[in-house]
Design a protein around this ligand. Structure first.
Ligand code: KIV
Length: 262
């Protein structure tokens, strides 16, 4: 049975975790989905891990569409999410154009980086049959505005803004939220405050699901972030074993551990 947004909502209701990994091509998408990972994200992190850039800012809609088509061909039933790239969410027209292209390339859901200001767009997308995941907290496309890759929501005002945004976006019709580099206690609070699934990365084991960049969890990043675990280290060099170990660790609540949180 293919994984749908209904599957992930039911997992949340039943208190069961879900797993997600990034993929950018057909072969890894097939291996990830065959390993039982529930969702595959064509992240604009492809700017870093595929294109060798130092941020996701240069990634284009054309790049995203190409890699989404590749992943969709290899996928074996996982939910497919694709990132709307830099400035793709600047206006409603641009969001609709980017989301249309990504859905027609094979995505089941689009992911937008931003905040409460995306509420109107999320409502319009939902009305037009496009489920949206909103990425909150450290949104890498805004690295230049943040002045670096920094944990978000650490002070009272920042925490309140993130919590309010999550509630407003659920009300607007968001299908999912993704929290990146948000303190553990706040991530847990946000996850409990909404009924839609919340995916974490550098967030909390209390989130409904977890995501990692595939290259990071395969131990291919020379300077991994604190929230990364190398699942290849114990997989005897076998990629499929590493994907299965990640899926199991997320579903058993073994990953992330305290040392992966802020
Ligand atoms: O682009 C990406 O891979 C992402 C994940 C880090 C969540 O947005």
């Amino acid at each position: 049975m293919p994984v749908t947004i209904r599957t992930l909502k039911k997992r949340k209701q039943d208190g069961e975790k879900f797993s997600m990994l990034t993929a950018y091509d057909a072969t890894f998408a097939r291996l990830i989905s065959e390993a039982g990972v529930d969702a595959v994200l064509i992240g604009d992190s492809l700017g870093n891990v595929i294109q060798g850039r130092d941020s996701t800012v240069p990634v284009t809609l054309e790049n995203m569409v190409y890699h989404t088509e590749c992943v969709a061909r290899g996928n074996q039933g996982s939910l497919v999410l694709a990132d709307v790239p830099f400035l793709g969410a600047a206006t409603l027209d641009r969001i609709l154009e980017a989301s249309g292209a990504l859905m027609q390339a094979g995505a089941n859901m689009v992911k937008l980086e931003g905040g409460a200001w995306l509420a109107e767009a999320v409502t319009v997308l939902k009305r037009n049959g496009v489920p949206a995941c909103v990425h909150l907290g450290l949104t890498p496309q805004a690295v230049n505005a943040f002045g670096g890759y920094r944990v978000q929501g650490k002070d009272e005002q920042g925490a309140r803004e993130l919590l309010d945004a999550a509630v407003a976006l659920e009300r607007a019709g968001a299908a999912m939220l993704l929290l990146e580099c948000v303190p553990r206690a706040l991530s847990a609070e946000i996850t409990a405050a909404v009924n839609i699934p919340v995916t974490g990365i550098g967030a909390a084991p209390e989130c409904d699901g977890q995501v990692l960049v595939m290259h990071d969890m395969l131990g291919l990043n020379a300077s991994p972030a604190r929230f990364v675990k190398d699942f290849m280290a114990e997989a005897g060099g076998d990629v499929a074993t590493a994907f299965r170990a990640y899926d199991r660790a997320v579903k058993d609540g073994q990953f992330p551990a305290e040392q992966h949180c802020f």
